[in-house]
Write a protein that binds this ligand. Structure first.
Ligand code: SAM
Length: 346
């Protein structure tokens, strides 16, 4: 029986933060002073958690952080994850049409990575060879000077661009570039990013800024909303909305001439909690059921107490039953999450 929460949502997506260290200090995320707060675990501990969860119905794992590519051994970790087989047997597509006699097989685990791309150029091909399916690179400006002002690391832009191009060469597809827009800061990058999507052959996705930053500067007025982004992009070229999967976070658009795709992730103006299929493991091994959870659940603590796999599964099932129905961003009863984004894993 796949993992479900009490609202009937199937939990199929797991995000694992493998470090809360980061080599960038993006102004909308970090204070600029702090390093890791919670630390990280040996890969074999994340692997055990992943194995138990894949046995419970997880079909997709996204590695994140902090900056996941800072961890030595990440390629071998991906290789080990790729050996896990999701539950359930499916007919091979070409054999499915031949009917019930067709042999069944275990699907591949979908392994994705979210990275700032700074170290990706040298790692894209090894990660692909190890079994990584796809990558999302965070990049908040296509103008190098603005990029530096945001990340507070000089010279990063060229590294990230090289990383994006290496990922494309390695066949890590779909290749997505995520941009968080903040009012008065980089909202003028909308059209340049539209051009970038077309020129570089990547899917650019804009993310509405959420109250998960260390500096507590969020207010509703800092959010550049989906409607504004669509309107601004239409000044460049008309957009046509295209279908997106139910549990997909982004609304998807193509340009009218069919060249270039953009997506908009709008958790603030158009929340999608009703279809949420995600849980998260933090770098220190805590299970979180929502980005905005005000508590986390000590999965690693269970392991330290020598819990068996069955006991871990029971613990996970009971935690998933507590998954929040939705977030309360912008509402009078909003309570900030117990951790900021960099210490959760985006
Ligand atoms: N270091 C990796 C990276 O840069 O992609 C992974 C971790 S980072 C925390 C994951 C994503 O969260 C990035 O795309 C980042 O832009 C996004 N993010 C961070 N703070 C955010 C916030 N307050 N609202 C929306 N997105 C945020």
């Amino acid at each position: 029986m796949p993992l479900h929460d009490k609202f009937g949502r199937a939990i199929t997506d797991l995000r694992i933060s493998i470090t809360d260290r980061c080599n960038y200090k993006c102004v909308y995320c970090r204070t600029g002073n702090e390093g890791a707060l919670y630390g990280d675990l040996p890969f074999e501990d994340y692997l055990r958690m992943a194995r138990v969860l894949v046995g419970m119905g997880i079909t997709k794992i996204r590695l994140t952080g902090g900056e996941p590519l800072l961890r030595k051994g990440v390629v071998e970790f991906v290789q080990n994850l790729a050996n896990l087989r999701p539950q359930g047997l499916k007919p091979r597509p070409e054999e499915a049409v031949r009917g019930a006699e067709a042999p069944l097989f275990h699907e591949q685990l979908d392994i994705a990575l979210t990275t700032n791309g700074h170290l990706l150029a040298d790692l894209a091909q090894p990660l692909k060879d190890a079994g990584l399916s796809r990558v999302t690179v965070s990049m908040d400006a296509v103008d190098p000077d603005r990029f530096t002002r945001i990340t507070r690391v000089p010279g990063g832009f060229d590294h990230v661009l090289a990383g994006i191009r290496a990922a494309r060469r390695a066949g890590l597809w779909p290749l997505k570039v995520n941009c968080v827009l903040m009012r008065g800061f980089n909202e003028d990058q909308v059209i340049p990013f539209g051009m970038f999507a077309r020129e570089e052959g990547v899917i650019v996705r804009f993310i509405e800024f959420m109250p998960l930053e260390e500096d507590r500067v969020w207010s509703p007025s800092t959010v550049v909303t989906l409607d504004e982004i669509v309107a601004r992009m239409a000044e460049y070229r008309p957009l046509v909305e295209i279908p997106h999967g139910r549990s997909e976070t982004a609304r998807r658009y193509r340009f009218d001439d069919g060249i270039g795709e953009i997506g908009i992730i709008a958790p603030v103006s158009h929340p999608f909690c009703g279809h949420c299929s995600r849980i998260r493991i933090t770098s220190d091994g805590k299970l979180r059921t929502c980005l905005f959870s005000v508590w986390d659940h000590d999965l690693y603590g269970q392991m330290r107490r020598a819990a068996s796999d069955e006991e871990l599964a029971e613990f996970i099932r009971s935690v998933v039953m507590k998954k929040e129905e939705r977030h309360h961003i912008g509402e009078p009863d909003f309570v900030p999450a117990s951790r900021t984004m960099v210490h959760i894993g985006g």
